[in-house]
Design a protein around this ligand. Structure first.
Ligand code: PMP
Length: 427
């Protein structure tokens, strides 16, 4: 595998940008080595500047559920660009995408388009605070909701704790408004809410956690969140930036049959362009400016190019056969990877929700942030490098999820399984 050009570019990039990248995990810090610079992508493959080809399971961290450069999306984008890239005024396209999103998510009665997942969660929290006139937010340990100041915080030791910021530049006073609880722990959740409900504006949760690998909610976890928040007038926010259109067409809320008050979306709804959205109950959304007094705005929000990519993506996802096809591809990959690990006698736990998956190097069940840390990250590093060198690109961190797309073929999956078997054997 030649990587001279990537290395040369990386050295140049480091002199221009912090860590040589515009988003931290891209820098390969968790796995060592230098990041690959990508020249182009098509379908299930990405190609780096040295001409290496990889089967891609990162898919721009989730959005490209149709695969890269899907012909229908590309055609529509070319046409849209000819009409101008942004007007800062309403367009019919915003109505079209909003309608498609609403169809998939019946809990969303009204929504607002933004430009990223971070903007969606940040705005949803402001809205929940405005609606309830309370300040505190409950989040769960290991859930990532974008780089929102008050959410860049990890848990202290167990139980209901007030944490410390994960990042410099986040005032302790902001963090003091965030309560961090362990994921999947209904008892701690119930007792915390009972004690602090008068101050709690909202609970924000990744209904399936994709930001510490892939962690599924226990049977009654989401149900308890719904019941308790209802009881105390707390706004329940599902952050479906990653799970939306991936756990199922209607996200984790459709799969688990729980209706949150607000939902945050991103990734897939932009079809590979920068889009986020937040939406939910009419009575809450009506508080957003200009209807109400919760301010939130964006120069490029709802711009016609991003809307076009989202519309074409959701149109294809709306076809009845699409999710059957995705499911069958994912089953194929899941069975293959589990079997490869078994034959190579490597202890792994494989989790999967719709088209999101993760392989942990542990023999213990992973149910929360603490148990995720049981995974042998040294082994993961070697696994990552082994897969990469043999032409399979997975996320460069144990605590990131993998994604599959409609463009992944049987032969891609079979090659992935062969490569995984070889790599497992080398561990
Ligand atoms: N929420 C979740 C669940 C996410 O996975 C992410 C991004 N990985 C975000 C929010 C933030 O989205 P963005 O990177 O578009 O700001």
């Amino acid at each position: 595998m030649k990587t001279e050009k990537s290395l040369r570019l990386y050295k140049k990039a480091v002199s221009l940008m912090p860590g040589g990248v515009n988003s931290p995990v891209r820098a390969f810090k968790a796995v060592g080595g230098n990041p690959l610079f990508i020249a182009r992508a098509k379908g299930s493959k990405i190609y780096d500047v040295d001409g290496n080809q990889y089967i891609d399971y990162v898919l721009s961290w989730g959005p490209l559920i149709l695969g890269h450069a899907h012909p229908q999306v590309v055609r529509a984008l070319k046409k849209a660009v000819e009409n101008g890239t942004s007007y800062g005024a309403p367009t019919p396209l915003e109505i079209e995408l909003a309608t498609l999103v609403k169809k998939a998510f019946p809990s969303i009665e009204k929504l607002r388009m933004v430009n990223s997942g971070t903007e969606a969660t940040m705005s949803a929290i402001r809205l929940a605070r405005g609606f309830t006139k309370r300040n505190k937010v409950i989040k769960f340990e290991g859930c990532y909701h974008g780089h929102v100041d008050g959410l860049l915080v990890s848990a202290g030791s167990g139980g209901a704790t007030f944490g410390v910021p994960d990042s410099l530049g986040v005032p302790l006073s902001y963090i003091s408004e965030t309560i961090i609880l362990p994921f999947n722990d209904t008892a701690t959740f119930k007792s915390t809410v009972k004690k602090h409900w008068k101050d709690i504006a909202c609970v924000i949760v990744e209904p399936v956690v994709g930001n510490m690998g892939c962690i599924l909610p226990r049977e009654d976890f989401l149900e308890v969140l719904r019941r308790e928040t209802d009881k105390y007038g707390i706004v329940l926010i599902f952050d479906e930036v990653m799970t939306g259109f991936r756990v199922s067409f209607g996200g984790a809320q459709q799969f688990y049959r729980i209706k949150p008050d607000l939902t945050c979306l991103g990734k897939v709804i932009g079809g590979g362009l920068p889009v986020g959205a937040y939406g939910g109950k009419k009575e809450i959304m009506s508080l957003v400016a200009p209807e109400g007094r919760v301010y939130q705005a964006g120069t490029l929000s709802g711009n016609p190019i991003a809307m076009t990519a989202g519309i074409e993506t959701l149109k294809i996802l709306s076809r009845p056969e699409t999710y059957k096809e995705l499911e069958s591809k994912m089953n194929h990959l899941e069975e293959g990877l589990k079997d490869a690990a078994f034959r190579a006698a490597v202890n792994v736990k494989f989790y999967r929700a719709g088209t999101i998956f993760c392989t942990y190097f542990t023999d213990k069940e992973v149910v929360d942030a603490k148990t995720a840390k049981n995974s042998d990250t040294e082994k993961f590093k070697r696994f990552f490098m082994g897969m990469l060198q043999k032409g399979v690109y997975i996320a460069p961190s144990q605590f990131e999820a993998g994604f599959i797309s409609l463009a992944h073929t049987d032969s891609d999956i079979e090659k992935t399984v062969r490569v995984a078997y070889k790599t497992f054997k080398e561990l």
